[in-house]
Design a protein around this ligand. Sequence first.
Ligand code: XUL
Length: 510
Amino acid sequence: MACYLGIDAGTQSMKGVLIDPERNFCSDPVSVRFGEELPQYGSPEGFLVQEDPLVRHADPLMWLDALDLLLKKMHSSGLPMGEVEGISGSGQQHGTVYWNASCHEVLASLAPEKTLAEQIRPALSRKTSPIWMDGSTGKECAFLRERFGASLREITGSDSAERFSGPQIMKFAAKEKACYNNTCSISLVSSFLASVLAGKIMPVDYGDGAGMNLLDLRTLRWNEEIAEFTAPGLLKKLPACVPSRTVCGKLSPYFAKYGLRPGIPLNVWSGDNPDSLIGCGCGAHGSAIISLGTSDTFFSSIASLEDVQGRYGHIFGNPAGGFMTLVCFTNGSLTREAIREKFAMSREEFEAAAAEAEPGKITLLPYLFPESTPAVARPGIRCDRNLDSLTPPELIRGVLEAQILTMKYHSGMKKKPRLIRLTGGASASPLLRRLAADIFQTPVAVGGHGETAALGAAMRAAESCGNVSFELLTEKYCSPAETIRPDESTAEVYERALRNFAELIRRELS
Ligand code: XUL
């Protein structure tokens, strides 16, 4: 029997999933919640409480304690750790960890009687790690934009973004010169944990590497000019960037205490979004995912960089080959819930009210909060008619339709996706399922595994370390519970609604 382990190092917790494709087995996820189980790190939400709300850092030692605890829990729960034949993982994207020159020796000689955190602490050149929620690098982003203009997006797949690793490294190198000079290697959250498992510095993959504003997606190599502009000597501190299916290490003997066999192959880790793409069964080109959470996200696999147009969102490597797009919309559940509360409705009443209104009638921009896509600093709902004249059903339906229309408009996809997978809390809404199917005129699949990033990592471990095809793994682990077919009779209404939406955007936000 061959099992494969997938670990997801998220913002608030670390999760592990074990699969055995031959037996069609997938374990229940085992998890460690940072806030509750590691309270000594003072990070109830997974990051340190800091005065400046734009600064969001986490203690990387917390992730190490979480890894020790996660593997201990998995081992003691009776999972067949001795049968694991390969490990992979995913990390929250963009966060960075900084190593000093002692890292090689420290990583190569981890002693099982001590914890990871106590042994690795002296090998770090920076105590804390900026994570993806950090928005404090506006100045650095402006420097990059001024120097590289639109070519930054053409080269790296993204405009400079505050949370991306490059601007974060630029800020660190300028503000803490001595610590930066003392840094010999920089890892992402994903490659940091992979390095600990391997007992050596591990590369990053194209999926997570593309979230740094440093990787040239056309050549799949670090861009020397951007790296040198970001921080002096940075190129030497970056690990290799490799395809996501690369097996590039063997498990350190340290982990034998959790029942794992030292020497088993390790696959390069990726980011949580690229791994979710795999775990949702959407690695094949042409399928897309809509994740309806606090904020909404649209991501989709594409074969080549030419498959997208427009200037929104990001392009990352797709672990199954090619690329993926990712666009984030801040006004997701935050906005849905605020409107539901405004009318003091239950979820059922909210859905029923929206169903009463005529489809595609109201055109509005649903920006109750400042929006990232498109950039809207001054929030407020803009409508093509007097907002006060709308009935509650019209307003509710207008907002929900606009949330899906904005995804279609900003996704930049030249071709319609073959299938859309709907995930996230609000994907339970029958109305949002129907709107996604009708507005995109594409079948919408719902249900399936809840921990798509950890599952995706386990599937990548099986593919790269055990030669099990993604096709087979997708068939075994990613079947949806239900598929909603588009109602073709609504196609024209929503095409017109999309044109009206685009016109309102141009008029209001140009
Ligand atoms: C993607 C992003 C987040 C993190 C956190 O660009 O910043 O989705 O990966 O999970």
